[in-house]
Design a protein around this ligand. Structure first.
Ligand SMILES: [Zn+2]
Length: 297
């Protein structure tokens, strides 16, 4: 089944915030929140966490799939609001969150939505001012969340080099960020190999070997049952086909990358109207994907 990422998903598993920018909360002895979308949503996440957990300070962990503004934007606000919270991310993400230019980029990308949603922010300070990582998470690590309930860290680079997925064997559930691509309105998978095609495919192969019944996607959707089981193979085939299409277009355009970006933008974004992402981040990512294929990364 394909359901909207909103409210209760499974026993102790919830999507909070909005389905566009969901944070995934797994309740238990040591509750964990996976990702926290945009800066402006910080206060909203906090209210929902309080409703679901009772005591906000019982949130033990906050794990991040990668260092993009729409996945870690509200994390500094949550850390300021919950002093004991332990934030976990990959070694590469921990580095990124300390870089002044990365902090500046996240601030810039967040600003217009902060202005648009000032009513949601109220007087709260949601500034992204860098993020100190308390738990550096590496591939294969297991974190105990309750008796018999662990979260396994799986390095899944390819969308970014700092991408992680989180697998909960007991629930056969996985949180992936964009490591497995994203759906459009028609449930077509758009691959997101923005840092490396080879790494992206290797990550998908790794995930395809897992026993998965629930996929908590980066934005909008959760897949369960047969839709979850069949997803990784579809994502592999979709990524391969998209790469071949880029190669073909590059050849026809004599290697002119901008012409290829323009053509795919017209065909996939403008003509279908099915893509859920804003055009600005879509174009930034498309440009990166074309570059990755052109440079055979
Ligand atoms: Zn991303």
């Amino acid at each position: 089944m394909i359901i909207e990422s909103k409210g209760q998903i499974h026993d102790n598993l919830y999507a909070i915030g909005s389905s566009e920018f969901p944070g995934y909360l797994l309740k238990g002895k040591r509750p964990v929140l996976f990702d926290a979308g945009m800066t402006f949503m910080g206060p909203l996440y906090l209210v929902e966490l309080e409703n679901l957990l009772g005591d906000i300070n019982s949130l033990a962990f906050h794990f991040l799939t990668h260092s993009h503004f729409d996945h870690a934007g509200a994390s500094p606000f949550l850390k300021r609001s919950i002093p004991g919270l332990k934030i976990g991310a990959s070694p590469a993400a921990a580095e990124t969150f300390r870089k002044p230019n990365a902090i500046e980029l996240i601030k810039n990308l967040s600003r217009s939505l902060e202005e648009k949603n000032s009513a949601l922010i109220g007087g709260a300070d949601v500034t992204f001012n860098g993020l100190e990582i308390d738990l550096v998470l590496s591939d294969g690590m297991e974190i105990e969340l309750a008796d018999g309930l662990v979260c396994r860290v799986i390095a899944t680079p390819g969308h970014t080099r700092d991408s992680l997925s989180f697998y909960i064997p007991k629930m056969k559930a996985i949180i992936t960020g964009e490591a497995i691509g994203a759906f459009d309105r028609n449930f077509t998978i758009h691959p997101e190999f923005t840092s490396s095609y080879q790494d992206y495919m290797a990550s998908l192969e790794k995930l395809a070997a897992l026993d998965i019944e629930i996929i908590l996607m980066c934005h909008y959707f959760t897949l369960t049952g047969a839709d979850a089981r069949g997803y990784m193979q579809k994502a592999i085939m979709g990524a391969q086909a998209f790469k071949e299409r880029i190669e073909h277009y590059l050849m026809n355009a004599n290697g002119d990358r901008q012409a290829v970006v323009k053509k795919i933008f017209q065909e996939d974004y403008e003509a279908t109207g099915a893509i859920l992402q804003d055009s600005r981040p879509y174009l930034i990512n498309l440009d990166a994907k074309v570059r990755v294929v052109a440079e055979v990364r």
